[in-house]
Design a protein around this ligand. Sequence first.
Ligand code: IMP
Length: 178
Amino acid sequence: MAYQAPIKRVLISEEQINTRVKELAKQISADYAGKKPLLVCILRGASLFFANLVKNMEIDCTIDFMSLSSYQGTASSGKVRMLLDIRDDIKDKDVIIVEDIVDTGLTGVYLKEMLNARKPASVEFCTLLDKPQNRKVEIKPKYLGFSIQNEFVVGYGLDYNELYRNLPYVGVFDETKK
Ligand code: IMP
């Protein structure tokens, strides 16, 4: 039987994502020419986006991983917890935090404050998706794939209770089928 994920519709196709990720990698590569930025993947949601972005980078860069938790089901708990920290010292480094989606902004603000305390040369955000209508705190990602409406989405790394990260596209989750 064909695999059917519980989505109402495909919001962003794999082709659209690939095209946009290439553009973002080009833009970041141009902005950071002559530098060797550290790209930090926020697990697990950014994993697919991160791999795609990194392999399209046109300058030297390093990578690291960080894991945070704040979501339960389709709602943010509002409390961000660190589950895994990056390995190396980021003092004087140009850091780019790579996220799957910025929603309330709480995760981003938590990350920015925590990383800034380690005295990097710079910290910027790159996110595949942005839901600006749902912001609780001010945060504006410098690099943005797609701005979307306030709907719960899954696929391309994004989950509902750890499922559907494997979908090659971003789809609107169908809550009636959960
Ligand atoms: P924020 O702290 O509210 O900005 O939430 C950021 C995190 O919430 C993201 O990294 C996602 O893991 C999760 N999240 C927010 N919206 C969605 C969604 O529509 N689908 C899946 N995960 C989401």
